[in-house]
Design a protein around this ligand. Structure first.
Ligand code: DSN
Length: 427
């Protein structure tokens, strides 16, 4: 509190904006699938004196003096991360998911190497080979997607993945997505990789918290406990509910290469305040309550999916196994695009993002879809009853163009949120 009042005195403008954002986060619904509410302990570590320290290098191998305490912090974060993911090796320094992926590519590839990853417009990520991203500029990416028709419409097309892996003799297969509502088992990917002599990188940015909670298979291992993905990258702020940042876990033989790629290959001084907050989040995720949280996130997503379908929305792949649903708006209203829907929901206090759906006829800026996640709502304590209510509010907003009606719904949203305050407002 004292720290905030200092800010209020010294910089009233920034202080006011932070307060405004607190009000926005607490009085509107947060449905962006990549967001969550970090605990107060995580935020306290993020705002600590560790932000003052330069610590280029790794514990006991630094280029600056005075790292006695920081070494303990980073070692603790590494150990907790390894325990959480049953990982032989961990690097907790990546500043963001994009850096973690870049670090993994630097460790595993040479410029120009051929890589297979999921198409961005079918659920992948910019760092999975987009031509406007470093990944697509420095490596030769080939993309797989989802099935266009039944059986298993909009589920990962493993036949296509295997065909492309063989045809292009890829060096690395990247798995993982930002908008794919189904579990991806590493086992068949490992088999394909072994067939073509490729490595496997699993980008678990979205599902890291679900893995930690035991409700999503750990991609480092196959179901029979053999080596699965060679490397797993993930962000710490999505379902894992930690500070904004990322980490990498891997099998022991790749550890040295990954460390070298992150520093000095890619980053300078690590953000030790953030690493301390990651350690706090890993500890929280190791507690039994986090398993309940992960199970509740998925149960809420499934209830939300059913309720949305009852309201007349079609969901990509017919539902969800994870923390998010991807809505195809076209069956609900053929004239309603993702951008219009996102803006109207925003005015009603329902925060989400438009998203391309597989085989989307609209551009990435407009889109025909919405991506909705349950991680943040679940953190506030909402359950399946609230998911039904939120689905009905979304449907009501998207059925009207009356600003008066949207304002009325915004009031209902605020009432609902008042009963479920985020952690930063709790004692
Ligand atoms: N921006 C993240 C997401 O929303 O999924 C991915 O980088």
């Amino acid at each position: 509190m004292e720290r905030q009042s200092v800010l209020e005195v010294q910089d009233p403008e920034v202080s006011r904006f932070i307060r405004e954002e607190e009000v926005r986060q607490a009085s509107t619904l947060q449905l962006i699938a990549s967001e969550n509410f970090a605990s107060r302990a995580v935020m306290e570590a993020t705002g600590s004196v560790l932000t003052n320290k330069y610590a280029e290098g790794y514990p006991n191998r630094r280029y600056y003096g005075g790292n006695q305490v920081v070494d303990k912090v980073e070692t603790l974060a590494i150990e907790r991360c390894r325990t959480l993911f049953n990982a032989p090796f961990a690097n907790v320094q990546p500043h963001a998911g994009a850096n973690a992926n870049m670090g993994a590519y630097l460790a595993l590839l040479s410029p120009g190497d051929t890589v297979l990853a999921m198409r961005l417009d079918q659920g992948g990520h910019l760092t999975h080979g987009s031509p406007v991203n470093f990944s697509g500029q420095y490596f030769n990416f080939v993309s797989y997607g989802v099935r266009e028709s039944d059986p298993n419409r909009e589920w990962l097309d493993l036949d296509q993945l295997r065909k492309l892996a063989i045809e292009h003799r890829v060096k690395l297969i990247v798995v993982g997505a930002t908008a794919y509502p189904r579990v991806v088992e590493v086992d068949p990917i490992r088999e394909i990789a072994d067939e073509v002599g490729a490595m496997v990188l699993f980008d678990a940015a979205h599902v890291a918290g679900l893995i930690a909670a035991g409700v999503y298979p750990n991609p480092l291992y196959t179901r029979s406990g053999e080596r699965g993905a060679d490397v797993v990258t993930f962000t710490t702020h999505k379902t894992l509910r930690g500070p904004r940042g990322a980490a990498i876990v891997a099998h022991e033989d790749l550890g040295k290469r990954i460390d070298k790629a992150i520093f000095p290959g890619l980053q300078g001084g690590p953000l030790e305040h953030s690493i301390a907050a990651k350690a706090v989040a890993f500890r929280e995720a190791l507690a039994p309550e986090f398993r309940e949280y992960g199970a509740a996130v998925v149960a809420n997503a499934k209830a939300f999916a059913t309720a949305l379908m009852d309201e007349g929305f079609r969901l990509i792949s017919g539902g969800t196994d994870v923390h998010l649903v991807l809505v195809d708006l076209r069956d609900f209203d053929p004239d309603l695009d993702g951008r219009t829907a996102q803006d109207r929901l925003d005015r009603a206090g329902i925060t989400c993002n438009r998203n391309q759906i597989p085989f989307d006829p609209r551009s990435p800026f407009v889109t025909s879809g919405l991506r909705l996640g349950t991680a943040a709502m679940t953190t506030t304590g909402m359950g399946v009853g609230e998911m039904k209510e939120v689905a009905s509010l979304i449907s009501a907003v998207l059925r009207t163009t009356s600003e008066e009606r949207i304002a009325e719904i915004r009031g209902r949203v605020a009432d609902l949120c008042q009963g479920f305050p985020p952690p930063f407002l709790r004692g």
